[in-house]
Design a protein around this ligand. Structure first.
Ligand code: HAM
Length: 419
């Protein structure tokens, strides 16, 4: 085989054996958020680079180093979206949706692109399920968002996923803390070059440094939770109290700083230790200034993004497929010319009755058909051969117990017997 081109590094094909799982998980999360009053929004894959590169002081790697940006044929500076939030904000401002009644609660499932070093759980093209809630300054907005994420994880019966929360303060208190942290970083000469530079730009990001010596030095660094103002403290306290009441467990982690620059007050992450080094499944927080930065009226907002590949990795790791799987209820085997008409009637009735029913299209031996039924996890196999036709019956074999039931064809078609 000589392919003219192979798949690009950091991208992947999602083959049928996986797409089914993806769809089930998607259906499940859609249901949770639709029931929670969120509506779906779809935004373009490409946007003006200026939408993401808003601020010359932005220090996030995602925006500064990892964007797929290019000039199009009309010389426009375009980027593949590295995340969903900025596009949603642009859309709700540009279309005026944000001027309708608030709160505005939206969710999305979107491809994102980041030029990162690929590894397990880290791709250059990946999918995010995310939601954004606009219009509320109250901690109840964070509660709403976190409640439905937690509900979804519980619905999938996922275990060992930890919620970590922090408050990174507001425009009043954060600058004071940043000065204190800067001083600490400057005083210690042993920090790596990147951290020293971060001292100038965004010292908070040092908490993300992987250098062991920096990590050690940061153990003793002043932490933001003891420097936030009373308003931020109150917000953080009220949120945590409400989470306690709802039995949603969390850890306060004053070292959480998010990779994107737009947050204030609450930031949070859901993490797992079971999928290797890329354990952050979900990240989010409050961003009260982004809407006005993008050109809308000042509107408070909270949101999150779940990395879909990482979510699927956890589901696979914890072997939660069977809980999600909608097995084929009935597989109709052994269709012959002489039985075709009756079999089609039976198929239609089963389908109308709401069974998930498939029929043989290959005409292989009965033995092979049973093998196939097993492969597609059919619960029951319906057999109707010449002999059964003559007797006016069909057989239904339970694949789990191997027991077999006999049904009268006419009684079944007339609705006198039920399966
Ligand atoms: P983020 O933390 O950059 O936040 O990304 C959210 C999630 O996307 C991460 O927790 C991770 O699971 C997944 N993710 C990030 N990069 C990759 C990658 N290279 N490969 C695979 N998965 C990845 C945001 O994007 C914000 N927009 C979240 C948000 C919404 N905040 C407020 N509203």
């Amino acid at each position: 085989m000589s392919l003219i081109s192979k798949i690009l590094r950091g991208t992947k094909d999602i083959l049928p054996e996986k797409t089914e799982e993806w769809r089930r998980v998607k259906d499940s999360i859609y249901k949770v958020f639709l029931d929670g009053g969120y509506q779906e929004i779809i935004t373009p894959t490409i946007e003006s680079t200026a939408l993401f590169k808003r601020d010359k002081d932005d220090t996030s790697d995602v925006i500064q180093k990892e964007m797929y940006s290019f000039l199009d044929k009309g010389n426009r500076d375009i980027s593949l979206k590295p995340e969903g939030t900025a596009s949603v904000v642009r859309s709700v401002v540009e279309t005026g949706l944000i001027n309708n009644s608030l709160p505005l609660k939206l969710f999305y499932f979107t491809q994102c692109f980041r030029y990162e070093k690929p590894q397990q759980g880290r791709y250059r093209e990946f999918y995010q399920f995310g939601a954004e809630l606009f219009g509320s300054e109250s901690f109840l907005a964070e509660l709403d968002i976190i409640y439905y994420i937690d509900k979804f994880f519980k619905k999938l019966e996922l275990e060992n996923i930890h919620l970590e929360i922090n408050s990174i303060g507001c425009d009043e208190c954060r600058p004071i803390y940043i000065d204190i942290l800067k001083e600490y970083l400057y005083k210690q000469d042993k920090f790596c070059e990147t951290c020293k530079n971060r001292g100038e730009t965004n010292p908070l990001r040092s908490f993300d440094c992987k250098n062991p010596l920096c990590k050690e030095l940061l153990e003793k660094a002043p932490l933001i939770n003891s420097h936030i103002c009373s308003v931020c403290k109150g917000h953080d306290h009220d949120l945590k109290q409400a989470l306690d009441q709802l039995n949603i467990s969390y850890t306060s982690n004053p070292k959480i700083v998010r990779g994107l620059d737009y947050y204030n007050k609450t930031v949070f992450e859901f993490t797992s230790k079971e999928i290797g080094s890329q354990g952050a499944i979900c990240g989010g927080g409050r961003y009260d200034k982004l809407v006005s930065e993008i050109g809308g009226k000042q509107t408070p907002a909270v949101g999150f993004g779940i990395g879909f590949e990482r979510l699927i990795m956890i589901i696979e790791h914890q072997n939660k497929h069977s809980k999600l799987s909608e097995k084929v209820d009935i597989y109709i085997a052994n269709i012959e010319k002489s039985t075709l008409e009756t079999t089609i009637k039976i198929f239609k009735k089963l389908d109308n009755d709401g069974f998930k029913v498939l029929f043989d299209i290959m005409g292989r031996s009965l033995k092979s058909q049973f093998k196939y039924a097993d492969k597609i996890s059919a619960k029951k196999v319906l057999i109707i051969g010449k002999q059964e036709m003559e007797e006016g019956i069909f057989l239904l074999k339970n694949m789990e117990t191997s027991s077999q039931q006999v049904f009268n064809i006419n009684d079944f078609l007339e609705g006198k017997t039920i399966i």
